[in-house]
Write a protein that binds this ligand. Structure first.
Ligand code: C2O
Ligand code: CU
Ligand code: CU
Length: 524
């Protein structure tokens, strides 16, 4: 058999070889830099230089893999606020208290335009990483904001339109962890007992390079329509990730940093999971789930008591197949026929192995009350009986929202809200790819943390929903919500942050890049 050029190679070489894309850089950023402030007006507590660079890391045995990554340096303030992930492209992790004023000098050393979005954080319009603020290779952006969010696991990633999937896949993603006093008072496991685990899927060529979508031909179009699924799961940028724990209690912060893979996480032995937090921080009280759904960009925090484990005991955390994701078997078959990568959404995927140490076991109580939320005040929502509805739509193999796709500065009349208002939004996933049916979409709204107040399923679509229902974590604050095919999800949120133009979109990054994203305007 002759050696076949792995699908996607051509595209990857363009992305990895550095200069190949330079000639094709669109000129979207001419006037895109956020308006600067008068010097001296903003007094940062923490000042960081953040570069997006090209690099190489050892991921597989043998040749190093070319990646894109962030590199950070603390210029002023607590040097311990920024940590790196050892032997990985991932990161850094920025860890600050609520109320910290952060200044970040972003420098784009990629061969493409880029911009940084602080996913889940509530920051002013010009700091939010809208694609219109992208800078060209060599360009810089100054970010300045005060951290207003409650304690929680937030993250950051590129958001340059049409390039987000490629850049995140190349390795650009970091954590932004917010701490606060309310949370600290609980005495949850911290230090080395507070572990961040970022799940990402990747495919590799025979020479250890990242393989992304090959845009030539039909299989590329299909892969974009479905979203890219890698063949392996990496945790914190490493293969076969093993977490060695003491026989104590741990706080595990999980982020799904994949482009489009939806995880259904479960212990191999079927033990239930204790969930204590989600996108926007701790839940009011711990909840037990038989498995946990984690769609792209979602976070979940688990509390795990390893004190009952035998010394040296090992357990596998795995991701179960999600029946409705990846377009089902028909789609998988078609992809195979056309020489594309199978989506692998049909098989069980090992995520990581936990191994307990041999030290003394120590039991710790998990507080039964974790946080106090203001009660949901549905009657405050002006549109309570007439939710703002966004239908998932599909037009000639392109996903959209209410029949529209992203346009840089475009806002429709039904995409304007008032600063300070409380609203009910509804995502209706009733679009289908013809014979191939519908798909789940993880919908994300910028500059808001919302509550999920209702889910309903169209008759006939119950089975896809039943497959994931018990693992949805709707108890707390969210910024990204999984909407299954045939499902309508109703959200309650208050636009209490800043006025301006912000985004809402599908966080399946291939969908986002093809335009399943829109602006909404918060009017002062
Ligand atoms: Cu993490 Cu606009 O997204
Ligand atoms: Cu976001
Ligand atoms: Cu989508």
């Amino acid at each position: 058999m002759t050696e076949r050029i792995p699908p996607g190679r051509r595209r990857f070489l363009a992305f990895a070889s550095g200069t190949a894309l330079l000639g094709a850089v669109p000129s979207i950023a001419k006037s895109g830099s956020p308006p600067g402030r008068a010097p001296g007006e903003f007094k940062p507590d923490l000042e960081i230089e953040l570069r997006a660079v090209q690099d190489q890391v050892a991921i597989l045995p043998g040749a190093e893999t070319r990646v894109w990554r962030y590199r950070a340096k603390v210029l002023q303030g607590d040097a311990g606020a920024v940590t790196t992930f050892p032997r990985s492209y991932l990161g850094p992790a920025i860890r600050v208290y609520r109320g910290t004023r952060v200044r970040i000098h972003f420098i784009n050393e990629l061969p493409q335009p880029s911009v940084v979005h602080w996913h889940g954080l509530i920051v002013p319009e010009a700091m939010d990483g809208h694609p219109r603020f992208s800078v060209q290779p060599g360009g810089r952006i100054l970010y300045e904001f005060e951290v207003r969010n409650r304690a929680g696991t937030y993250w950051f990633h590129p958001h340059s339109h049409g390039h987000t999937g490629e850049q995140v896949y190349g390795g650009l993603a970091g954590l932004f962890i917010v701490l606060d006093e309310e949370e600290r008072a609980l005495g949850l496991p911290d230090g080395e007992h507070d572990v961040t685990l970022v799940i990402q899927d990747r495919s590799f060529t025979a020479d250890n390079q990242l393989r992304y979508i090959d845009d030539t031909g039909m299989s590329g179009m299909m892969a974009r329509m479905m979203g890219f699924h890698g063949e392996q799961v990496l945790v914190n940028g490493q293969m076969d990730f093993k977490l060695t724990v003491e026989r104590k209690s741990y706080r595990l912060r999980l982020l799904n940093g994949s482009n489009s893979r939806i995880c259904k996480l479960t212990w191999q032995n079927g033990a239930p999971l204790t969930v204590i937090g989600s996108d926007g921080g701790l839940l009011e009280a711990p909840v037990q789930k038989p498995y946990v759904m984690l769609a792209p960009a979602e976070r979940v925090e688990l509390w795990v008591d390893f004190s009952g484990w035998a010394p040296g005991e090992e357990r596998l955390l795995q991701s179960l197949p999600v029946a409705a994701a990846g377009g089902g078997r028909l789609m998988g078959g078609m992809m195979n026929m056309m020489g594309g990568a199978p989506s692998k959404s049909d098989s069980v995927i090992p995520v990581l192995t936990v191994r307990s140490g041999s030290g003394a076991a120590e039991q710790q109580q998990l507080p039964q009350r974790l946080a106090t939320f203001a009660p949901l005040q549905l009657d405050r929502a002006a549109n309570r009986s007439r939710p703002r509805t966004f239908h998932v739509t599909m037009d000639r193999m392109r996903w959209g929202l209410n029949g529209r796709v992203f346009e840089m500065n475009d806002v429709a009349p039904d995409e304007v809200v008032r600063l300070g208002s409380t609203e009910v939004w509804e995502f209706v996933n009733d679009a289908s790819m013809g014979m191939m049916g519908g798909m789940p979409h993880p919908m994300h709204i910028h500059t808001a943390q919302f509550r999920v107040i209702k889910r309903s399923v169209r008759p006939g679509a119950e089975s896809a929903w039943r497959d994931v229902n018990e693992g949805l974590v709707d108890e707390g604050w969210k910024d990204t919500v999984l909407v299954m095919p045939g499902e309508t999800v109703r959200l309650l949120m208050r636009f209490s942050g800043y006025a301006g133009l912000f985004l809402y979109h599908c966080h399946n990054l291939e969908h986002e890049d093809m335009g399943m994203m829109r602006n909404f305007l918060i009017k002062a």
